[in-house]
Design a protein around this ligand. Structure first.
Ligand SMILES: NC(=O)c1ccc[n+]([C@@H]2O[C@H](COP(=O)([O-])OP(=O)(O)OC[C@H]3O[C@@H](n4cnc5c(N)ncnc54)[C@H](OP(=O)(O)O)[C@@H]3O)[C@@H](O)[C@H]2O)c1
Length: 231
């Protein structure tokens, strides 16, 4: 069995990754609060901000991983808050780190020991993993950590035939973007790309699926942003 475990496949980029992997013959399991809309995906409904919620899903996933010939673990779920360094409640920072960094680390700890050679761990980062903008301090901090976790994954798994990469999307037309900048804002940020448009979730999903199945990218940060125009 070729097994794909993905977080945040209930919407946006994650739902499209699930759809593409399923079409390529993978058995797909999703972890999110809402179900993945793609028929054929197995759901593990859980809230990644809550330690116990994820804990309940782990034994089933570990048993599946044990039986799989190849496993791709895709850390896609993300939480984006509006905040700033001088207005960043500790509990809010903790929640963002739980979803964007701690949950991936916990899934790594449970599933990597079961992975066979040929498997992969793919992180969905962000352009904000390597630069900052105002008004998203917790997210910027967490996405820098995502890249650090990916690089540590590459070093710690050397010699085991398991690869990793971090795909960093630019402005992609999903719920997250529209909730953060609004519909008018989405039109405005489209102009920041060298192509003058938003990225589609399908384009990011294709990049993630490609990275998951091409070990040559091991340790790479892959910017998938249509080229951002610097101002
Ligand atoms: N859209 C962009 O412009 C953009 C740019 C750069 C990076 N990214 C990254 O791309 C990834 C996917 O984002 P998206 O744009 O596709 O956003 P989205 O459509 O809002 O999807 C976010 C996903 O994360 C899941 N999630 C959030 N909080 C969760 C929680 N507490 N527990 C479990 N699951 C949770 C959501 O599931 P539930 O709500 O069902 O729980 C949902 O499936 C994220 O890592 C994001 O940071 C997006």
């Amino acid at each position: 069995m070729k097994l794909a475990v993905i977080t945040g496949a209930s919407a946006g980029i994650g739902a499209e990754i699930a759809r593409q992997l399923l079409a390529d013959g993978w058995t797909v399991h999703n972890l999110s609060r809402r179900p993945c809309p793609v028929p054929g995906v197995t759901q593990h409904l859980c809230d990644l901000t809550e330690e116990d919620s994820l804990t309940q899903s782990l034994p089933t996933l570990e048993a599946l991983a044990e039986r799989s010939e190849q496993l791709v673990l895709i850390h896609n779920a993300g939480l984006l808050r509006k905040d700033a360094v001088d207005n960043l409640p500790a509990e809010a920072l903790r929640q963002v780190l739980e979803v964007n960094v701690v949950a991936p680390s916990r899934l790594n700890g449970a599933l990597i020991p079961k992975m066979k050679a040929g498997s992969g761990v793919i992180y969905v980062g962000s352009t904000l993993g390597e630069k900052a903008v105002a008004g998203a301090a917790s997210y910027v901090t967490s996405k820098h950590a995502t890249i650090g976790l990916m690089r540590a994954t590459c070093q710690d798994l050397a010699g085991r035939g398991i690869h990793t990469a971090c795909v960093c999307p630019g402005f992609t037309d999903t719920e997250m973007l529209r909730a953060h900048v609004g519909d008018e804002g989405a039109t405005a940020v489209a102009a920041f790309s060298a192509f003058g448009r938003l990225i589609t979730p399908e384009e990011i999903a294709e990049t993630v699926v490609w990275a998951a199945t091409h070990p040559v990218v091991n340790g790479a940060v892959l910017h998938a942003n249509l080229g951002q125009v610097e101002r």
